[in-house]
Design a protein around this ligand. Structure first.
Ligand code: ADP
Length: 314
């Protein structure tokens, strides 16, 4: 499954005049890919996601799903099974009396039987680390903020979309909640889905994305591999968008004389590069990187722990 933007523009008309939110954007994202989107408020990110989800139609250009224009109503039929869209703070859309009914709403609405719907609900709850026996019959409104977020995302995933579109999915969560949810997204991607994710976390984007789009004033400033995009470190910093922590750390080490290669975007890659340099004079750096790696490993454990239970205030 492939979603293609072909020279897409979108203009809002309001009483204050016209606002060009997207200007001639082209991109392509398919199953197994992970498109990370970064940009300031007002750069056009949420307009872009709404166009991807078929909620807006382009003012110019085409949005194509497997070669078919999304403006065609026939093509938008059963769209949630192909493209799942989770807005920012999706828990605000919860409505059903129980968790299971909320998560099962879309499959049931698409005409699946009770048994098939139940199977989808269980699948989505398993993925989102929501124990069925514990949560299924609770009211979503009794849950913590992080649990509500996971219920809302389970509701999107219950349709098993081949492309999952997420607008800052971890916004407002505590660090354990962020790690737990990021692990879920990673898992869904590993299972073969395509992911589109708007995020302010350059570390998450660097680690997860296969392609990165930097938006400014509705147009792509850069679009390419994380390595290519984050090679514009100075410009990204000047735009206050920043770079992954490891890239910033590597740049500091380079400035202090260590001949590190470019393109080190994760702590693991930086640690490997420092270890490969070996020899005298790099010992302190290697130790530092190992310490960082240790923390990263610890974080992975924490997220796994957090994922198994409901007692972590997620
Ligand atoms: P982002 O998600 O990056 O903050 P948006 O897509 O929300 O960007 O906004 C892009 C531009 O479109 C901004 O200038 C914003 O003010 C404008 N805009 C967004 N939604 C509307 C709307 N409903 N009516 C008028 N202008 C809008």
């Amino acid at each position: 499954m492939q979603l293609v933007f072909d020279q897409v523009s979108y203009t809002y008309s309001s009483h204050e005049g016209e606002i060009a939110a997207l200007r001639g954007l082209s991109l392509s994202v398919g199953e197994g890919e992970f498109l990370g989107i970064i940009g300031h408020t007002g750069s056009g990110k949420s307009t872009l996601l709404q166009l991807m989800g078929g909620l807006l139609a382009p003012s110019a250009g085409r949005v194509l799903l497997d070669g078919q224009d999304l403006k065609d109503r026939q093509v938008r039929r059963n769209l949630p099974t192909r493209v799942g869209l989770a807005f920012q703070y999706p828990e605000q859309q919860l409505f059903a009396p129980t968790v299971a009914e909320d998560i099962g709403f879309a499959p049931r609405n698409a005409g699946l039987s009770a048994a098939e719907t139940d199977e989808r609900v269980r699948f989505a709850m398993r993925l989102l680390r929501l124990d069925y026996d514990r949560y299924a019959s609770l009211s979503p409104f009794e849950l913590s903020g992080g649990e509500m977020r996971r219920v809302a995302l389970a509701g999107v995933i219950a349709s098993r979309p081949r492309l999952l579109i997420l607008d800052e999915p971890t916004a407002g969560l505590d660090p354990a909640g962020r790690r737990g949810l990021t692990a879920v997204i990673e898992e869904y991607h590993r299972e073969g889905a395509g992911i589109v994710m708007v995020s302010h976390s350059m570390d998450d984007i660097a680690r997860l994305a296969t392609q990165v789009l930097v938006l400014k004033d509705g147009a792509a400033v850069w679009h390419g591999t994380p390595r290519a995009v984050f090679s514009h470190a100075e410009e990204l910093r000047a735009m206050s968008l920043g770079v992954p922590q490891a890239a910033a750390f590597a740049a500091d080490l380079r400035a202090s004389g260590l001949p590190l290669p470019e393109g080190l975007l994760t702590i693991e890659a930086l640690a490997d590069a420092l270890a490969a340099m070996g020899g005298a004079g790099t010992g302190a750096g290697t130790a530092g990187a190992q310490r960082e790696t240790g923390e990263a490993t610890g974080a992975a454990h924490t997220s796994a722990d957090a994922g198994t239970g409901a007692h972590h205030g997620l």
